[in-house]
Design a binder for this molecule. Structure first.
Ligand SMILES: *Cc1c(COP(=O)(O)O)cnc(C)c1O
Length: 347
């Protein structure tokens, strides 16, 4: 099967396995793992923050960030389809005691004025204290879409003006940086905390980091222990992260080009694909418009030898490119998907 279900499907490359095998190791809880220390220093610099903390997952990175920036009873605002809102099991309520309220997001994005209009005025004794805004770039549910930098700035400006903190779920931030041609730090440094995920397009077996000021990262290290995420010879995994930063960032442009090529081919075959939505490594295919449910579409395509996955949007599937997908796979998928669905396309 050509596995386009997610960029989490990547396996370590031979070079990455070599880096894992050769990693210098120590006890990371004592800050004695040189490979973890190196990865944390590199990611802090990459994101334009003082420090970064290595963690097993981006979910834990997000949850630690929310916890360290807030008090129980505070309110979190964000895109209602963001990973933090719908894919972390209500973690903000469980781990940080946050109330959550949606912003009026368009394609997963919103503007400073949306924050100004939604945040409760401070001082009302009945209202939760609106305290934090979460931004997701690239935005997963919107189809891997990229925030224009002026929109990011408008949200951060509004948060500063309103005395709110602002977290960036940048699980796929490097896709955004490559797609927009801007340094990752330009997209990350104005946020209070930033998450990046190593196990998506960067191709690591697992791992993520949260970045922020040295003072906040001291708190993050305590929460890492509290959440059960403090490890031992974690350099065995961090080595994959160091390798990925050296070898797998620039190549994200290949994933983006392959996604676009697939999208253009599917659209040319008459399938409902909105090319304007294809900005990084996701292609959204609306099988609902062909009269299929998402599970029906997935089953039909799986029988044709192509793996797609469902999205939060009814009847919309996604195909995600990653380092396990080459040009030949795209050629094959561009034939198999229309062949499987052609009987349903009205000409
Ligand atoms: C995958 C993802 C996460 C969580 O990453 P894990 O490492 O699987 O916990 C968080 N946010 C976004 C936007 C993601 O796509």
């Amino acid at each position: 099967m050509i596995d386009l279900r997610s960029d989490t499907a990547t396996l370590p490359t031979p070079g990455m396995r070599q880096a894992i095998a050769n990693a210098a190791l120590g006890d990371e809880q004592k800050r004695e793992d040189p490979t973890v220390n190196e990865l944390e220093a590199r990611v802090a610099e990459l994101l334009g923050h003082e420090e970064a903390v290595f963690l097993p997952t981006a979910t834990m990175a997000n949850q630690i960030a929310l916890r360290l920036l807030t008090e129980p009873g505070d309110e979190l605002l964000g895109d209602p389809h963001a990973h933090i809102f719908i894919s972390e099991l209500g973690g903000p309520a469980v781990h940080a005691g946050l109330a959550m309220r949606p912003l009026p997001a368009r394609n997963g994005r919103f503007a400073g004025d949306d924050v100004r209009e939604t945040a409760w005025a401070p001082g009302d004794v009945h209202r939760p204290l609106t305290r934090i805004v979460a931004v997701e770039n690239t935005n997963n549910s919107a189809g891997g879409r990229v925030w224009p930098v002026d929109e990011l700035d408008s949200v951060v400006d509004a948060c500063r003006e309103l005395d709110l903190v602002v977290h960036l779920d940048g699980s796929r931030l490097l896709n955004a940086a490559v797609a927009s041609g801007l340094p990752a730090a330009r997209l990350a440094e104005r946020f209070d905390t930033v998450t990046i995920c190593l196990s998506k397009g960067l191709g690591c077996p697992l791992g993520a980091l949260v970045a922020g000021s040295a003072e906040r990262m001291r708190k993050a290290r305590r929460l890492k222990h509290l959440f059960g995420g403090a490890m031992r010879q974690a350099g065995i995994v961090a080595a994959a992260g160091v390798y990925a930063l050296e070898h797998h960032v620039g190549r994200l442009a290949d994933d983006h080009a392959r996604a676009r090529r697939l999208a253009v081919a599917l659209a040319a075959a008459g399938l409902p694909v909105d090319l304007d939505q294809v900005e990084t490594n996701f292609v959204q295919l609306d099988v609902g418009a062909l009269g299929l449910s998402a599970p029906e579409g997935i089953a039909l395509l799986r029988d044709a030898g192509v793996g797609l996955s469902s999205t939060v949007h009814d009847g919309v599937l996604r195909a995600v490119t990653h380092l396990g997908i080459g040009d030949d796979d795209i050629d094959a998928a561009a034939e198999r998907i229309p062949a499987a669905l052609s009987a349903l396309v009205r000409s």
